[in-house]
Write a protein that binds this ligand. Structure first.
Ligand code: PBG
Length: 427
């Protein structure tokens, strides 16, 4: 049989595996992407031309519908390909009576077209938020523990990285600053310096890309000489209400610079309501709050802390971040954040906490965000580099699983790479 292709694309047997990702392709309407630079892989259909028809389309004989019907009624049936033979099983296959199954779920999985038709979850670049590390320097500094990630120069590398992301439909970013040690204090006051690294960067980006959605991190750790998310009392206790006071000033400073979504990641009690009040009092009713609702005291944050040099100087974060063993406690945080006016609820880390994502999804109508954190990213990168796993496939699968668990948006260091993959760009 001769193979004839549509759209001059032939996904023959060799490329059949491509179909596995049909559902991962970007939706056709990535409005935020620059259309000229988004390349979609065309739908592939292979048509086999029957030999009976000589390889070309069947010639019309100019007969009317009535004449065609009359011919068939008279027993003159036009030729069609014969009933296909039953494919043979390999020699040695045991003869087994068919199992009496009324339901065979494999029926709906037997072809790429059926699998794509019944796929329940989809993902597009619009679901991704790209976390970016920035610093005062002019060069981009590679982050050893996170291959492919850099501390980006806020005026140079960052602007280029944002342009690349927008090119493939990722139009949302979240900023993480590397603050010079000399500016760190025990009360983290640099966090609300209107001319600090983050507000300056927001103004620059908004000036260049007004429709870019900028998320910010609200927490004191990058600014704290103790490396904690809050103010540390001399006995080691992390002060709650005093920290919230600082966080409100930080959020307002970020909003003033043009942030679209402020994201408290500190896990202090009552900070969402306090930040809402502070924003509203300053005329920033339109600025959203993405609350890190269920943020666990996780060892998966290791590479991130190296990236920002933000390891706690002593102790751990267990008196404010949640115990990884706890599930019900996430509901308490969810109810509080909802009541305090959060616009988006976030779960962090991502893949090891899929049950928590599902818990929040089923207990709130608010959008849910999942943070695929640095340790998750680095493990996939390392596994790929060691050729133990297929990096790209594991990346796409992990993101799809986060969506399946109930995440609307995903913060991921893979945002650019994954979006390129979804747009059919192989690099
Ligand atoms: C701190 C903050 C952390 C991350 C985001 N915001 C680290 C921490 O809590 O120590 C981790 C992100 C990652 O690991 O990718 N406010």
């Amino acid at each position: 049989m001769a193979a004839m292709t549509l759209n001059s694309v032939n996904f023959g047997a060799a490329k059949a595996v491509k179909f596995e990702y049909v559902g991962l392709k970007a939706h056709q309407n990535i409005t935020s992407a620059r259309p000229h630079s988004v390349k979609f892989v065309p739908r592939a259909l292979t048509v086999n031309a029957g030999e009976a028809q000589g390889g070309g389309p069947v010639k019309k004989l100019g007969k009317s519908d009535e004449e065609c019907e009359a011919a068939v009624v008279a027993g003159i049936v036009p030729e069609a390909p014969p009933i296909p033979p039953k494919p043979a099983a390999p020699a040695g296959t045991p003869l087994a009576a068919p199992l009496p199954l009324s339901r065979r779920p494999r029926r709906n999985r037997r072809s790429p077209v059926l699998r794509a038709a019944f796929q329940e979850t989809s993902i597009s670049p619009a679901n991704l938020v790209y976390p970016l590390f920035i610093h005062e320097g002019e060069e981009d500094t590679p982050i050893g523990a996170m291959p492919g990630c850099y501390r980006l120069g806020w005026r140079h590398g960052l602007v280029e990285e944002v342009a690349k992301a927008r090119d493939v439909g990722v139009n949302s970013i979240v900023l993480f600053p590397k603050v010079p040690d000399a500016l760190k204090t025990s009360t983290g006051d640099e966090a609300y310096n209107d001319n600090g690294l983050v507000p300056r960067t927001i103004r620059l980006l908004k000036d260049k890309y007004p429709d870019l959605i900028i998320y910010t991190d609200v927490a004191l750790d990058p600014y704290s000489s103790d490396g904690h998310d809050g103010i540390v009392r001399e006995d080691g206790v992390i002060l709650n209400d005093e920290t919230v006071h600082q966080l409100c000033k930080q959020a307002v400073s970020q909003a003033r610079a043009g942030a679209d979504v402020v994201s408290p990641s500190d896990m202090m009690d009552g900070r969402v309501g306090a930040i809402r009040d502070a924003l509203d009092a300053e005329g920033f009713e339109h600025v959203s709050i993405m609350s890190y609702t269920a943020k666990y005291a996780s060892s998966f944050y290791g590479p991130f802390r190296e990236a920002l040099d933000s390891n706690p100087r002593f102790g751990d974060k267990k008196t404010y971040q949640m115990n990884p063993a706890n599930y019900r406690e996430a509901l308490i945080e969810t109810h509080e954040d909802k009541a305090e006016g959060a616009d988006i609820l976030l779960v962090k880390p991502g893949l090891p906490y899929l049950d928590i994502i599902r818990l929040l999804r089923d207990n709130s109508s608010l959008p849910i965000a999942a943070y695929q954190v640095s340790g998750e990213y680095s493990m996939i990168k390392a596994g790929g580099a060691l050729k133990m796993i297929d990096e790209e496939r594991v990346m796409m699968e992990s993101l799809m699983c986060l969506r399946r668990a109930g995440a609307d948006i995903i913060l991921t260091y893979f945002a650019l790479q994954a979006a390129r993959c979804m747009c059919g760009e192989k690099r």
